[in-house]
Design a protein around this ligand. Structure first.
Ligand code: XIL
Length: 449
């Protein structure tokens, strides 16, 4: 069974086998049974290990069984993880690379782990991503701990300032910009040569707009003209400051209603200027940095087909009226249900068919979605694998950004729709910065591609 580049799914007779998706399959042979399982890029040890895990159901009583671990080319057997000696009634004898398991009186043999060491050094996530020609990014804040900065600079090829470039946080008063947090965030990327996605110039929700904007427009004799001028100034100053350094911008964020294909009418920009606010934003950004790739970024399209259709129609009409748009960002926050990889791949392909590039700009997949599964972390990893595979399958999909570095800093733990089930743990790294199964899975996917 060759599981390279596939999401593992297999049935085995004669026992319960925990299967893992992986790009490095190995085989374990047990006496009397033969089965294959996908090697699991390790959660047990460190980045250099690759582990397999299996467990079998037995009826009570004595038995003997031996397992042989056979690494594939490029890997060597390192050691068994000794779960067996935990209980007095269980005995194991270890041989290398075989293990003899005797005398289990419980119903289930504890999991056996064979740890394999890759003979060459595994790539980092960013190296694996560069190998296939896409960027893998993370949303970052300006005040991260040094170990998080080091992690980002090692594992990601792209960053998106999570908040520092939004108009709200940037502009304490009309016409005033404080770039200190933005500059600090950009410096983290530039010192390591990472790509930067600018997020986001015009957004009406949460901390997108400045607090003073409604009052300013209410007091204006001509609110539309005032807003147009304020937008143009904000975009010229912000995009101009980072011209040639921030290579992509989410110019307009979430113009559509949350769960339908209509424009969001609870949007100060749309209410004041109509759909033209989008044109104003894109033209302004292009003027300030003609080399920047300009994106329309939208959320929740994976769950509402009519909304995705409306996004395609909007992107086409912007193209048709010569608005300088180069790409569409799909946020890909899977906070309601896990991703459908085929649907996502088809959506990406529909957008690239318009001549636009696509990026998955804000991916997160909460762990509680998989609570009923035997191994939620592994299920989360497989869900991540589907998202990455969808992008890899379409040539115009140029990057995937996850919305945060590690599980300690996810917006989902404070977002109104998801805070109730905190901790959401939706990212690739644990709170202590150890990689999760999802990390190994997507790295293996990219590496093996
Ligand atoms: C979120 C940030 O992660 C939070 O820290 C902030 O309080 C609110 O905004 N869609 C977007 C992002 O486009 O800008 C949002 O980021 C998450 C939803």
């Amino acid at each position: 069974m060759n599981l390279v580049n596939s999401v593992a799914k297999a049935t085995v007779t004669g026992g319960l086998i925990l299967l893992y998706a992986c790009s490095h399959p190995i085989e374990i042979e047990g006496e009397g049974d033969v089965w294959s399982l996908a090697g699991k890029t390790c959660t047990l040890e460190n980045y250099q290990t690759d582990a397999t895990q299996c467990s079998k159901n037995y009826i009570a009583g004595d038995y003997r069984d031996s397992y042989y671990a056979t690494p594939r080319a490029g890997w060597r057997f390192d050691h068994w993880v000794n779960y067996c000696t935990k209980s007095q009634t269980n005995e194991c004898r270890f041989d290398v690379p075989a293990i003899l398991v005797e005398k289990f009186y419980g119903a289930t043999v504890p999991p056996l782990h064979a740890v394999f060491v890759r003979e060459d050094t595994p790539p980092t996530l960013s190296q694996a991503a560069r190998h296939v020609g896409i960027d893998v990014g993370a949303a970052i804040e300006h005040n991260m701990s040094p170990d998080r900065v080091a992690l980002v600079q090692r594992e990601f090829s792209s960053v998106t300032p999570e908040n520092a470039l939004k108009w709200g946080p940037l502009a304490p008063a009309p016409g005033v910009h404080d770039f200190s947090a933005a500059d600090a965030t950009v410096a983290v990327a530039e010192s390591a040569g990472l790509r930067i996605r600018g997020h986001t110039l015009i957004w009406h929700r949460l901390n997108g707009p400045p607090r003073w904007l409604p009052g300013e427009l209410a007091a204006a004799a001509d609110p539309a003209a005032t807003l147009r001028t304020l937008m143009q100034e904000h975009i010229a100053v912000t995009v101009g400051r980072y011209a040639g350094r921030i290579s992509q911008w989410d110019v307009v964020n979430e113009p559509l209603a949350l769960a339908s294909g209509d424009f969001d009418t609870d949007n100060i920009f749309y209410r004041t200027l109509g759909e033209e606010y989008i044109d104003i934003a894109f033209h302004g950004a292009h003027l300030a940095d003609p080399s920047a790739l300009l994106f329309l970024n939208e959320t929740f399209t994976e769950f509402v087909p009519a909304k995705f259709d409306a996004l395609v129609a909007l992107a086409s009409s912007l193209r048709a009226r010569n608005v300088p748009i180069h790409g569409v960002g799909l946020q890909a926050h899977f906070f309601l249900q896990p991703p459908d990889g085929i649907l996502l791949q088809n959506q990406i392909a529909r957008l690239t068919a318009l001549g636009l590039r696509v990026e998955l700009t804000e991916v997160d997949i909460p762990l509680p979605l998989f609570a009923s599964q035997g191994d939620p972390l592994q299920a989360q990893g497989i869900a991540y694998g589907k998202v990455f595979a969808a992008c890899l399958a379409v040539p115009g999909c140029s990057g995937i950004t996850v919305w945060g570095v590690d599980d300690s800093s996810t917006w989902l733990d404070s977002f109104v729709l998801t805070s109730g089930r905190s901790p959401n743990r939706p990212l690739l790294f644990r709170e202590d910065l150890e990689p999760k199964p999802a990390y190994y899975l997507v790295r293996g996917l990219l590496d093996g591609y």
